[in-house]
Design a protein around this ligand. Structure first.
Ligand code: B16
Ligand code: MG
Length: 222
């Protein structure tokens, strides 16, 4: 893939733009305690980027509880997690954007790149509003409009479509293994933010959001 072909960027939200991954983690951890699934580092990492009902299924399966709840009870569990998450995100302010990301968005815009959000979260528009970053993006892909969640490519393909670009012209930015897998499966350029162990499939990788600049991306690709 050639960086010179890139015209647009599709961003994940939780863990990339905003420090909200910790809120999802906190709310899911509480739910895991409630259904008596032991909380592990592996489960915590595996849930990142995964949609709400798929996350619930992962937690139930991890504790061997997958056959103990009706569909109605599962929806009630997911709703209670979301209620807790929404209470936590109410505290967000523009200061909760992750280090360097507001500058990176501005740098991309000034360089003429087109920007969309490709988050699995149905709460993404609300979170952007609290961060006062709604206007930074041309659009937000609606996660309920795609058939398959991350690691399937659907949401990143929808992001390219929203920008009227071919997948090879789009770079995706992610903090989760499921998200990097989704970008790669879409045939886009994957930029991962996180540990080398978790994000070994990323084409470009940074330890922290503060390192993400156009210059540093190009450096890694050369
Ligand atoms: P919601 P991202 C993902 O957002 C989160 O990483 C994941 O933890 C969460 O379960 C998922 O969104 C669904 O979120 O319950 O708010 O619809 O990382 O893709 O921006
Ligand atoms: Mg994420």
């Amino acid at each position: 893939m050639n960086f010179a072909d890139i015209r647009g960027f599709a961003f994940d939200l939780d863990g990339v733009i905003a420090d909200t991954a910790r809120f999802h983690t906190q709310a899911w951890h509480q739910l895991a305690d409630q259904v008596k699934t032991p909380w592990t580092q592996e489960l915590e990492e595996g849930l990142k980027g995964v949609g709400r009902m798929d996350s619930l299924e992962m937690i139930l399966r991890a504790g061997g509880h997958q056959d103990e709840y009706s569909q109605e009870e599962k929806v009630a569990l997911a709703t209670s997690k979301n209620d807790r998450y929404q209470e936590l995100v109410k505290t967000l302010t523009p200061a909760d954007a992750l280090p360097g990301m507001v500058d990176f968005l501005a740098e991309l815009k000034a360089a003429g790149y087109r920007l969309v959000l490709a988050s699995a979260s149905k709460n993404a528009p609300t979170v952007l509003k609290y961060l006062q970053l709604t206007a930074a993006f041309e659009g937000v892909v609606d996660p309920s409009s795609v058939a398959n969640g991350k690691p399937a490519p659907d949401i990143y393909l929808a992001a390219a479509k929203m920008l009227n670009l071919a997948p090879e012209q789009v770079a995706g930015v992610e903090d989760a293994a499921a998200g990097v897998a989704a970008i790669n499966a879409a045939g886009e350029l994957s930029i991962g933010i996180g540990s080398a162990e978790d994000l070994r499939e990323a084409a470009v990788r940074f330890d922290s959001t503060s390192q993400v600049t156009l210059e540093n991306i190009k450096k890694q690709l050369n």
